[in-house]
Design a protein around this ligand. Structure first.
Ligand code: SF4
Length: 305
């Protein structure tokens, strides 16, 4: 069996920063529990590891005692959450990815200048909820090309000042299709500076796009609630390559593979390299493997904690 281990894969700079910030907070804390609002990143291995170290993951600030320490996850939170944390006297540590924070600032600037913003993203995703919270009356969520065809523009929106922003972890093809559908209805739609998904999402997708045609199957290591991991598996399918999203080695059923196959392997931006390697090791226990590391592009971005 040939395994092509593609790069870039796994932790992006934003996830790395958030995980390091939580690890440092754990190391520096006394015995008081540390709370994280939502999953620090969308990966069950990462979350379980921190849970074993005593971190408490909550879905609402109401679950946190006054004065406690809370981390905001890499996906960001809305201003109302920040205000509520301050009101409750919580010591808030912000692990929002700098690129998500930049998206929030862009939303604020557009809103202040009187633009109406289509936010292209998945309903209910934490990043989308947080970004929408910056200017809820001047933003409309658009999750699909069908949404774009049927949405109603609020009366307050100026049809000559329409723009869009995108969730950072969408598929390249997906957000472009939605923008095209929006533009068909609203020809004055203006592209924002730096439109599109983040560099890490783009790089991981490009790696799969380029190498998938060489493979009989694609294995994406990542959790089911990880948007960017799901997009990688969808991209493999779109390229005509059977694609499986696996959370870890237990999800690999050797009966689904055969020794003469070529497998392309990657990992979503929130999946740890250790878990990826456990998956490689499991395949190597069942098949004779030839391993090729394939770097499609360099990714040297680091964010300070
Ligand atoms: S996927 Fe992009 S936006 Fe999300 S945490 Fe990583 S670098 Fe930041």
């Amino acid at each position: 069996m040939k395994l092509i281990l593609v790069r870039p894969r796994g932790f992006c700079a934003g996830v790395n920063r958030a995980v390091q910030m939580l690890a440092r907070t754990c190391a520096e804390s006394d015995s008081a529990p540390i709370y994280v609002l939502h999953e620090i990143v969308h990966n069950s291995w990462v979350v379980e590891d921190f849970r074993r170290r005593g971190v408490r993951f909550v879905e609402s600030l109401d679950e946190i005692p006054e004065g406690a320490t809370v981390l905001f996850s890499a996906h960001g939170v809305s201003p109302s959450v920040r205000r509520e944390a301050a009101r409750r006297g919580l010591a808030a540590i912000d692990a929002t990815c700098p690129l998500v924070a930049s998206l929030h600032r862009q939303a604020c600037r557009f809103a202040e200048d009187g633009w109406h913003i289509f936010l292209i993203g998945h309903k209910g995703h934490q990043e989308v909820i947080g970004t929408l919270g910056e200017a809820p009356r001047q933003m409309t969520l658009v999750s699909s090309a069908d949404d774009a065809k049927t949405l109603t523009l609020p009366e307050s929106a100026d049809p000559d000042r329409l723009t869009y922003l995108t969730q950072t972890t969408l598929s390249e093809e997906g957000w472009r299709e939605i923008v095209a559908a929006l533009r068909a209805r609203f020809p004055a739609l203006t592209d924002p500076p730096g439109a599109g998904v983040c560099f890490a999402t783009r790089n991981r997708q490009e790696a799969v796009r380029r190498v998938a045609p060489e493979a009989d199957a694609l294995l994406v290591v990542g959790s089911a609630n990880s948007s960017n991991s799901r997009r990688l598996a969808e991209l493999g399918e779109m390229s005509g390559t059977r694609s499986l999203l696996i959370n870890g080695p237990d999800d690999i059923d050797p009966a689904q593979f055969s020794p003469e196959m070529t497998l392309l392997m990657t990992a979503g931006a929130s999946a740890p390299e250790e878990v990826f390697q456990l998956c490689v090791e499991k395949l190597a226990r069942h098949f004779p493997v030839e391993i090729e590391e394939r770097a499609v592009c360099e990714e040297n971005v680091r964010f300070n904690c």
